[in-house]
Design a binder for this molecule. Structure first.
Ligand SMILES: [Ca+2]
Ligand SMILES: [Ca+2]
Ligand SMILES: [Ca+2]
Length: 305
């Protein structure tokens, strides 16, 4: 695998818009020495998760009782809200409206993720059902998982890439959906833009690429994903439990030949059951195009304990 870290992309990706206070000054001072050692992932102090190795069987059924004792990370503060595309924490009514705790474990074959979402109004999907790209899984209640399996920090990844992913797991009590990388190369295509109600625009991707919905619900159990997932409605929201393989990742503890894996998670909240997303929790705290650029992910470290 050859990974080219494109410096012009790094600038374009919006690190300067980081939500992390003090990053710019710290980055200027430490950038040359420290950033390569941490693969350029989010510098936010909280955006590193240390995953312990699975000791007990994990049944992928949405019942998270088999995760008791595993340390979770909770997102229930305004600092976790993605600011962009018209969204922020402005409409947030507190942790009952939207908050989440996630946990990660691993073994030699798989990564395992459990997410306990608190959402006051859990809606059935609408965007995921539309064929066109005017709305999509990004407007539905659900969980986005991002992986840079080999930790290379590549800035652009496309449909068919087995090692770099943006997954959308869309909640439904009847028919949940899974989508994978939404972009494909198309030389000469203009830069995709997100248009806000006031007519202003924000970059959605890079020039020369176009959005395509890539639903993988039926093939998620097969290679390269080898996945399994389950949602379960709860009194205060819903749970998501996922298992999948990470091709290109060395599934070993960091002190036993393993390496940092790029990882990010976002929780999407639509409380109207229609229209645009209301708000989004985003772990790594980076407000650039984290859905295009692995360097804006957080860091996942595997531990052998
Ligand atoms: Ca379970
Ligand atoms: Ca809500
Ligand atoms: Ca909701």
């Amino acid at each position: 695998m050859i990974c080219v870290l494109n410096q012009s992309n790094r600038t374009k990706s919006g690190r300067g818009h980081s939500a992390c206070p003090g990053f710019v000054l710290v980055g200027l001072y430490l950038g040359i020495v420290v950033m390569p050692a941490v693969y350029g992932f989010s510098p936010c102090s909280w955006a590193t998760y240390y995953a312990s190795k699975r000791k007990e069987p994990i049944k992928i059924d949405g019942d998270l009782s088999d995760w008791n004792g595993v340390k979770g990370f909770t997102m229930a503060q305004e600092k976790f809200f993605f600011a962009g595309q018209g969204m922020s924490s402005a409409k947030w009514k507190g942790p009952e409206d939207l908050s989440a705790t996630f946990k990660v474990q691993w073994d030699a074959r798989y990564i395992y993720i459990a997410v306990e979402v608190t959402d006051d109004v859990v809606t059935e999907p609408h965007g995921a059902l539309v064929k066109g790209t005017e709305t999509g899984s990004w407007d539905d209640d659900g969980v986005e998982l991002m992986f840079d399996n080999d930790g290379c920090g590549v800035s652009r990844y496309y449909i068919g890439d087995p090692m770099h992913h943006e997954f959308h797991f869309v909640y439904s009590s009847r028919h949940p959906y899974v989508f994978d990388n939404f972009w494909k190369k198309q030389p000469g295509a203009p830069q995709p833009l997100f248009t806000l109600p006031d007519g202003s625009t924000e970059p959605l991707a890079y020039p020369g690429e176009v959005m395509v919905k890539n639903e993988i619900t039926d093939v998620f159990p097969k290679p390269p994903y080898n996945g399994a997932y389950a949602f379960r409605r709860t009194a205060k929201g819903y749970n998501l439990e996922v298992r999948m393989s990470l091709p290109g990742a060395r599934m070993a503890a960091v002190n036993e030949g393993g390496h940092a894996i790029g990882f990010d998670i976002a929780i999407n909240d639509n409380d109207a059951g229609k229209g645009l997303l209301k708000q989004q929790l985003h772990w790594s705290g980076m407000n650039g195009m984290f859905w295009r650029d692995c360097k804006l992910f957080g860091t996942l470290i595997l531990l052998n304990k």
